[in-house]
Design a protein around this ligand. Structure first.
Ligand code: PDD
Length: 287
């Protein structure tokens, strides 16, 4: 694997020279927030929306905006250029920084946040084999904390859920709380019934997906019916189609839930159409 150039606190460095403190709150306390932005044809998809959500996550965590906040577009572009990314992802993480020791209290508010960005090349982001085949998901209980609207780096439970899926021979897990599906381990969840697209309404229970917002807008523009409400696992099992959305998966059809096939077990027409519309429209506004 070739050496990437990554960004750490104002510097562009080869990945093996990039370092942060062992006292960093991100490392010790998972005290940090992140964003994942997709890159298509060397351009950023929905960059402004990711920046706005980052500002909100920071504010909800009582974290100051890093000095680099206003330069984020330039930093993203620089990393795309230096790493020659055609299609891929840019990961950004901001933590509460290094207080110089371990302490549950937050450090003084003027402690500089740690800012890290790196690229991940994904040549088959658009022609994704998973999107073509359709994902198999299992249902697992949602055991995360109560502020899932903040994009924090506490990803242990989603990671465990992903392993449960893998052990069950599935691709991903949908999390269920009080009988209702919240979201996927790293994506927002949808079902389609009688032509209607159903997805959980925004609240503290789920991440406010940037892809979700765009897909719902495009769906409404295409005169498709959208219902923002919670749906049960049972409803999902009896739906005509299912799919999920995220910056890394765009619109990915779901063809099996808990071993039960959706329809004929092939990606559904609504999911396929939404994926096409999403890619087409997002490319038009990529920067
Ligand atoms: N995950 N819900 C959860 C729990 C997520 O982690 C994500 C994104 C989404 C979709 O949000 P968006 O459309 O803004 O990507 C929903 C990213 C991609 C990740 O952790 O890699």
């Amino acid at each position: 694997m070739t050496m990437r150039t990554v960004y750490v606190n104002g510097e562009y460095l080869p990945e093996d020279e990039a370092k942060i403190s062992i006292f960093d709150r991100g490392f010790l306390m998972s005290d940090g927030v992140y964003e994942v932005t997709s890159v298509l044809g060397g351009k950023l998809i929905d960059f402004e929306s990711h920046k706005i959500r980052l500002a909100r996550s920071l504010s909800e965590m009582s974290m100051i905006q890093p000095a680099a906040f206003d330069d984020l577009l330039e930093i993203h572009r620089e990393l795309v250029a230096r790493n020659d990314i055609g299609d891929g992802l840019i990961y950004l993480q901001v933590t509460r920084g290094n207080p110089g020791d371990r302490d549950f209290h937050y450090p003084p508010a003027d402690t500089p946040p740690t800012v890290v960005l790196f690229t991940q090349a994904k040549p088959d982001l658009v022609d994704s084999p998973l999107a073509k085949r359709g994902a198999r998901v299992i249902a697992v209980p949602d055991m995360r904390w109560g502020r899932r609207d903040i994009k924090t780096v506490q990803l242990l439970y989603p990671s465990m859920a992903k392993m449960m899926a893998q052990q069950a021979g599935a691709d991903d897990a949908w999390m269920v709380e009080d009988g209702y599906v919240t979201e996927g381990t790293s994506n927002n969840a949808y079902i389609v019934k009688d032509g209607r697209i159903v997805t959980r309404a925004l609240s503290n229970d789920i991440l406010h997906g940037i892809t979700r917002a765009a897909v719902l807008r495009f769906a409404r523009e295409a005169q498709m019916e959208v219902e923002e409400r919670s749906f049960t696992l049972d409803e999902a099992l009896n739906a005509d189609e299912a799919f999920f959305t995220s910056a890394s998966g765009f619109v990915t059809p779901v063809v099996e839930i808990d071993g039960e096939k959706m329809g004929d077990g092939a990606p559904g027409p609504v999911a396929k159409r939404l994926r096409e519309i999403y890619l087409e429209e997002s490319l038009k506004s990529a920067i």
